[in-house]
Design a protein. Structure first.
Length: 318
């Protein structure tokens, strides 16, 4: 009985996200049809501009992005515990698919659970893999910021992004700082256990101090972002509004800010809205912007399903 109750409780966040995603998508579609019927008609008109070759190439680029993510993660492994690249690809591809459809970053939990050696090694535990995942996120963010500055996209971001609401962020940062100072007091009796956990976690961050590992990981992290920018650029070409890489990274900045906190299944709604908003800021007609946003998201989800299926087959064969 308790098991059934807990299972039903765990399903609630997923149902809420599915409902919210459907509501956002439905509300957006209803608004388009009611108040922007001419725009909706124009979107249907511009969709055929995407050729089969274009769509196939974008799917290939999106699948390649997952492979580069896997290699990036693989290079962050401690050399003495490095697993096969196909194992990391299987975990990464399935994990990314789960992240799209399940709540609370379930895919990340899946990645570290599957990649943890069984039985667990004393110097390489699930906490070590959690540290590697944290290092992976840091490398990912760093490479994105590097590319934004290399291509000068930050200039467009400064012009287009409002800094209103900065005061509320100061309050949030202040509260976070107070909690950081007080947490040792509340967790005093658990400190000896926390130190063991912390040491295991920090082992996963060791690769960040290895110049060779960091270089290769950052290189593939840059490839990840370049591939997504190229996919976006490819779609824009077929709408007769070709984007520069500088503009692509401006769009990706707004996109990643919008989906930083997942509120719907597969980020339906915020994904399309943020891309359309960014493209419209760059002077693209709304119908072309929405067509690109919808197709880009659809092909990305399709690529997650394809690579996730490949990952599942690899795991079955192993």
């Amino acid at each position: 009985m308790n098991h059934t109750y807990m299972l039903n409780q765990s399903k609630k966040p997923l149902f809420i996200r599915i409902g919210l995603g459907i509501f956002i998508l439905g509300a957006g579609g209803f608004w388009l049809l009611q108040s922007q019927r001419s725009v909706a008609d124009k979107i249907l008109t511009v969709l055929p501009k995407f050729s089969i070759g274009c769509l196939a190439f974008v799917v290939f680029l999106d699948c390649l992005q997952i492979f580069f993510m896997s290699v990036r993660f693989w290079f962050l492994y401690p050399k003495e515990h490095r697993t096969k690249i196909q194992n990391v690809f299987a975990a990464m591809s399935i994990g990314q698919t789960l992240n799209s459809f399940l709540p609370a970053r379930a895919g990340d939990i899946y990645k570290i659970t599957v990649l943890t050696p069984k039985p667990s090694k004393p110097d390489f535990t699930i906490l070590t893999l959690t540290g590697i995942l944290a290092a992976d996120k840091l490398v990912d963010l760093t490479s994105f910021l590097v590319l934004i500055f290399i291509f000068g996209s930050y200039k467009e971001n400064i012009k287009s992004l409002s800094l209103e609401g900065l005061g509320s962020w100061k309050w949030l940062l202040g509260i976070a700082l107070i909690l950081a100072l007080l947490w040792p007091i509340f967790l005093k009796k658990y400190w000896s256990r926390i130190k063991i956990w912390l040491v295991a976690f920090l082992k996963g961050l060791k690769s960040l101090f290895s110049p060779k590992q960091l270089f290769f990981s950052l290189s593939f992290a840059i490839f990840v972002w370049l591939v997504e920018a190229l996919a976006l650029q490819q779609l824009s070409i077929y709408q007769s509004y070709p984007l520069t890489l500088t503009q692509c990274f401006f769009v990706l900045t707004l996109l990643n800010l919008a989906i930083a906190v997942p509120i719907s299944v597969a980020n339906i709604g915020p994904f399309e809205a943020s891309i359309a908003f960014a493209l419209k800021k760059l002077g693209m007609p709304l119908e072309s912007a929405l067509a690109i946003a919808t197709v880009h998201h659809g092909l990305q989800v399709l690529s997650y399903v394809l690579t996730g299926s490949m990952g599942w087959i690899i795991r079955r064969l192993n």
